[in-house]
Design a protein around this ligand. Structure first.
Ligand SMILES: *Cc1c(COP(=O)(O)O)cnc(C)c1O
Length: 461
């Protein structure tokens, strides 16, 4: 009876877990990977970074998590769980209306991270990072933001814990997204358009190119410099690093619990990859099972054709920032000197990729695909009109490929189960929709020569 009632259960439009069912642990993929990613190394000594090397930049417990390769499950502190409960669990939605629109036999689900007011998954890690900073007695945090989602999430988290926050915001975003800036400031964050004249790194970049529109890599250099030079201050990063991906595994943990509750067995899991944190977090427990031989799920990471680190980048040690101040990470990269064209998926315009996601891709556990932005917005518009949610441009990359796979199911008459990560909402990116709706959106694909310029900035290690 128990068993049949489980199988017969009609799947609701939205699957919500109860508070009690919420995961109490993050999932540390490194503890189950057959081969570990190469370690982060110090750019001067080329030796693996120790916690002492990292202590001036990052909070202590975050460094522990960054370097932890042995504990598969890491407990989420109760106080942080209480903060999470303000905006989690997030729903796993059955896309009945999209299935109908596509006339596909496939079952499509999306894990929607846009239900909190910061509008994206980034609050999952922002909350954790502010919590550990507070616990350590840190009074000031610095960070960068590209499209603005990370700055917004961090500002909310810092407001909750009473920590000062300075956000170096990529100049072009600060200009294009004044509302994002307003939100950050409303939550008490201080916004400085980057590059700025407040740091040596910023002044150097401005001297070289006074009209630069900025980049994430450059904003990172500025934020780190201030953290190093100020008292009781640390730097926080919104993606790429292992501890950020770890915090995002709450997405995958919830998704897996929801799947088990309704006996949903995904065949394909898709997500967008900028720095790799939301996708790495979504797939973590499923990927762990795949590594253990318990499933045969296809994993597809999707990136913009304008910033194709997985599909056209090099797997090499590289800096995380343009100023070349960070530790070296082994990752798929376009080179820290690569400045992507100002396309509309701001959160995906990063030259590198999470070392964990990079390693999984390199070892053949997942696939990667790149898509052009006009195709992405075509999908976003269809989704908005059928499912009612205005998706973030970043998330719409995953949506595009989920729709392509569902259409393929229709053509082949295959009934597959597809899950994709809908990492956020598009309400702060309306200029992108204006552009698309007015027919002025263009697709930019860098030439091999463009990429060579970026590759030239990769250090010879
Ligand atoms: C920042 C952002 C991303 C990209 O970051 P990842 O670290 O690759 O997850 C994707 N979607 C949204 C909505 C974002 O704000």
């Amino acid at each position: 009876m128990g068993n049949t009632s489980k199988v017969m259960k009609k799947i609701p439009y939205k699957i919500y877990l109860t508070e009690e069912e919420m995961p109490k642990y993050w999932y540390n993929l490194k503890a189950v990977m057959k081969e570990l990613p190469d370690p982060m190394i110090h750019p001067a000594t080329l030796k693996p970074c120790t916690s002492e090397d990292l202590a001036p930049i990052f909070c202590r417990e975050l460094i522990e998590q960054e370097l932890n390769t042995t504990d598969q499950y890491i407990e989420i502190p109760q106080e942080l769980l209480d903060f999470y409960k303000m905006f989690r669990p997030s729903p796993l939605v059955r896309a009945y209306c999209l299935e109908k629109l596509l006339d596909t036999p496939a079952e499509i689900y999306y894990k929607f991270e846009g239900t909190n007011t910061s509008g994206s998954h980034k609050l999952n890690s922002a909350a954790a990072q502010a919590y550990y900073a507070k616990k350590q007695g840190i009074i000031h945090l610095t960070t960068e933001t590209g499209a603005g989602q990370w700055g917004t999430a961090m500002a909310m988290a810092c407001a909750y814990y009473g920590i000062d926050l300075t956000v170096y915001m990529v100049k072009v975003s600060a200009q294009q997204k004044p509302y994002r800036k307003a939100v950050i400031e409303t939550y008490g964050g201080k916004v400085i358009p980057s590059p700025s004249d407040t740091t040596e790194a910023g002044r150097k970049i401005l001297a070289r190119d006074p009209s630069t529109t900025g980049s994430l890599g450059c904003a990172i250099s500025e934020a780190i410099e201030v953290a190093l030079k100020s008292n009781n201050c640390r730097y926080v990063l919104g993606s790429v690093l292992d501890h950020v991906l770890l915090h995002q595994t709450i997405i995958g943990q919830e998704t897996k619990t929801a799947c088990e509750k309704y006996d949903i067995k995904p065949d394909i899991i898709i997500g967008c990859t900028g720095g790799g944190s939301n996708y790495g977090g979504l797939i973590a427990p499923f990927m762990g099972d795949k590594i253990a031989g318990k499933n045969d799920i296809r994993f597809i990471g999707v990136e913009p054709a304008s910033c194709p680190s997985l599909t056209r980048g090099k797997y090499a040690y590289d800096f995380g920032d343009t100023g070349q101040t960070t530790p070296l990470l082994k990752m798929y990269t376009l080179g820290s000197g690569f400045i992507p064209s100002p396309n509309h998926a701001g959160g995906l315009r990063y030259h590198g990729m999470s070392p964990i996601v990079s390693k999984l891709y390199h070892d053949g556990y997942m696939e990667a695909r790149s898509v052009e932005q006009s195709k992405v917005f075509e999908a976003a518009t269809a989704f908005a009109r059928s499912e009612g949610i205005l998706p973030a441009p970043e998330s719409s990359h995953a949506l595009r490929v989920a729709m392509d796979e569902a259409i393929l199911c229709r053509e082949k008459g295959e009934k597959k189960t597809i899950i994709f990560g809908l990492s956020g909402t598009g309400y702060f990116d309306l200029s992108a929709y204006v552009n698309y709706n007015s027919g002025t959106m263009t697709d930019y694909i860098p030439s091999d020569e463009d990429l060579e310029k970026g590759f030239a900035s990769i250090p010879k290690v």
